[in-house]
Each structure stands twice: as C-alpha cells, then as structure tokens.
Design a protein around this ligand. Sequence first.
Ligand code: BGP
Length: 496
Amino acid sequence: MENNKKLPEGFLWGGATADFQYEGGYDEGGRGLSTHDYETNGSVENPRHHTMEMPDGTIIGPASSFIDAETVPDEAKPVFIDGQYYPSHKAVDFYHHYKEDIKLMAGMGFNVYRFSISWSRIFPTGEEETPNEAGLKFYDDVINEMAKYKMEPLITICHDEMPMNLALKYNGWASRELIDLYVKYAKVLFERYGDRCRYWLTFNEINAVRGFGPTGVRKNQGIDRYQAAHNMFVASAKTVIMGHEMIPNSKFSTMYALSTFYPATCKPQDVFHNMQQLRENWYFVDTMGRGYYPSYADDILLHHGIEGLSEIEMATEDEEILNKGQLDFISFSYYRSNITKDGDDWFNVGGSSNPYLKETPWGWGLDPLGLRYTMNMIYDRIQKPIFIVENGIGIIDQADENGYVEDDERINYLQDHLSAMADAINQDHVPCLGYTMWGPIDLVSLSTGEMKKRYGFVYVDMDDLGNGTLKRTPKKSYYWMKKVIESNGESLADHE
Ligand code: BGP
C-alpha cells in the first residue's frame, strides 16, 4: 500500500523563532529598545513573571500590551531595575551564534526558516527618516548564511513587539500613525531583502490583541484593542499590496493563534457558545483572508463593550485597501485544544482543560487530531493554502553531562502531530505549504519568560536567569526529525 504520510514534493520543512526570545544583542548594532525589553523573567509560580516596573514601584505587564495598566499615568515610562533579569537582552544569543545555529538547522534538512525582524533594530524609535544600516546588515548576513544551505526565509515583519517609543508616544496600534510608520519599515525590508525572500508574515498572532499580544496599547480596554486591530488590518493590507508590487512571486500572510476549542458537552447552548468563542478568532482570519469584516463583527464588538464597527475609526479608503490587500495564504500556530461552555467569559482566551487529554506541566492539552481539525476548518472557510508556522511542545528537558537530551516525549508529540498534518494533506486534501516547528533551538518562553520551558531539537546550556555556556547540543529529536525530513514524511508511517 502506498505510504500515506509522504508529503507532496516541495513541502517546506523548518523551524520558527522570534527575535526577542532568541536573538539577544539588545544594545548592539544600534538597536533601539523594544516593548519586550522591559519584561522580567519569571515562572508560572512567580507573580512577577512577565511584568515591568514603573518608577514608583508599580508592577504592570506585559509590556507588549500593558494589561491592567489603566491606572498608569500616560507620561510614566517603565524602568530597568538593578538585580532583575530581562530575558530579551541576551535571549540565547542568536545574534552571535547565527552561523552555528543555521548550520545546525541545515543539518536536519530544513529548507525554510521562519524568523522575525526586530523593528527597533531597523528603526530604533520607529520614527527615524533613514534605517539603521547595522541592523539591516545583520539580517542580510542571516539571509545570506541561509542561502548557502538553500534555506528559504519566511519573515515575520512584526512579532508581538514594537519600538518602545511607539508604545509610549502613540499608545501603540491604537493610533493610526502606526500604519504609515509600519509601511515605511516594511518597504525598507522589501527593498533590501525582496530579491531573496518570497514569504512574508505581516504580524504574529494578530488575534491575540484581545488578550495579551502585539498591540503596544497602554490602556488596553475593548475599544483600544479593536481599534488597534483595525489599524493593523489596514497596515497589513497596505503592506501586502506594496509587497506584491515590489517583489515578484511574493506570498503574504499574517499569523493567527488557532489552538482550537471544543464545546464542553453536546448541550446546544455549549455548542453555540463554542461557535461564538471560535468566531473571536475567525473575526481576524475572515477580515484579512476574505478582505472584509464578517457579518457577525458587530456582535463580537458588542460583547467587548463597543457598539459595533461604527465606533471604530476608519478612513474612507480602508474598505478598498482591505479588499485589495487580502492574504495569499493563512498561517497559524497550533499547540493544544481547550473546551468552552455556556456562560464562560468570552475573554477566557485559553478556555478550560479537556478531561480526555493529557497536559504538559504548563497545562497545555495534547491534541494532535485538533491540528487536523483546525487545518480543515481554516481551509473550508477561506479556501486559500495554509502554512503551519508554529507547533511544538514546551517541556522540561533533563540534559546529561554533555548536554544531550533523550526527549522521547517531544518525539511522540511531533510524531502524532506531523501524522495528523499528513492526514489532513493526503486524506482531506488541505493544501499546506509547509511546517515550521516552534523553537528549533531552545529559546525563552513568551508566556512565562522561562528558559526551562524548552521546545528545541537542540539543547542550549542556559538557565532561567541567563547562566550557562550557551553551548548548543542536538537532542535525540534532532536525529529523529532529520529522518522525517529526509523521507519527506514517509518515515512517520513506521511508527504507526
Ligand atoms: C506563540 C508565540 C511564540 C511562542 C509560542 C510558545 O504564542 O507566537 O512567540 O513563544 O507561542 O509559547 P510559550 O513560549 O509561551 O511557551
């Protein structure tokens, strides 16, 4: 019988990282400060995790969206506190290890690598007239290094962050001023890298504006979040239009957090509530994927204390821009699934635990079939190719004295998820461009600021406070994944 896990030729296999979790070098090469630079490390148990401190000692956070910051005066700026550790400053130092790391990725057979560009490395405050040449050169070097191994770049233009100046001065994406500043930034990237980069993502997890996430909004209440989302929709669409003009054969998406939800029971009210919860995410996918706001938009906004789209500030040309700047493909992250029931708060971004699923130590329910389900749901809805740009498992690895880890749990997770992906492609005929595993080289966790929540195929010797040699050592999963890629998925069938 024909192997049913082998993927179509040309499938893109690789990994994904974000600058502030991976790159470090926060004060090198003329880089400006970015929102994440003010966030401390932490752990789930440590209430200080992922927060920033203001001069009067008030603790707020996270910096990327300032949740709970309504009481913070507009003029207050966060400060760095002696004795606190700020993970983005060094991260795991890709800035100085990029040649070694790219070689390791190539050793597994990656033909794509998704990374994000730090906005403040290119425009330190976001408002300069001319870009920072040293910042542009760094990514030039990265892209050229990748080219040696025929690795295709997939670039995230903005991964949950912005120059701190833009968050403080403009209230982040709540202000329309950000649109032009972002488009100017994207234009510089297209001019510089467009000859070598075809695949671009305008934002990371844009639907996360309703919880934590990428807005930089200081007073993060309903209207500001959805105003920010609108401004990001327009910025993305303008960028897509410009990118298509500037780069032949370019393909654009934005990235969505689409870990999915199921109704807690078959009670019709639970099922209906779950549909509403899913629509909280579809709002973002539909608007950018189809090029217009969905019919249920007013209802969503009403639940967030906004009268409807009429309350969102829009320019007359926005409708046409959204229509012309539709995404070419839909990319998303998928880690887990959760359940919802009638009466749950719509703001319960994560949902509740599913009693049928095992969980990671961080409470993330393991659900490979949920990935196949999600792939089908997206394609049924938007009818554009999809791209899984984040998936993986964050667990505690036990390294031996040489840094080697026998990470069978990670192998099992990937085996199950990649098989489910292959089934969606081969049996359900969902067109999927590729798969980039989250954090191929261990990096800092976004949600907790920890190092011990590890995802990688490669172990990095560093602890939660940045102590360690930064030595890179391939784990057991590294060699397993190499086989999967070499066989273009065929070897996945050996384990069934
Ligand atoms: C996504 C983010 C990534 C990444 C990942 C894993 O939400 O796009 O930046 O960090 O989740 O999450 P965490 O690091 O919190 O385990």
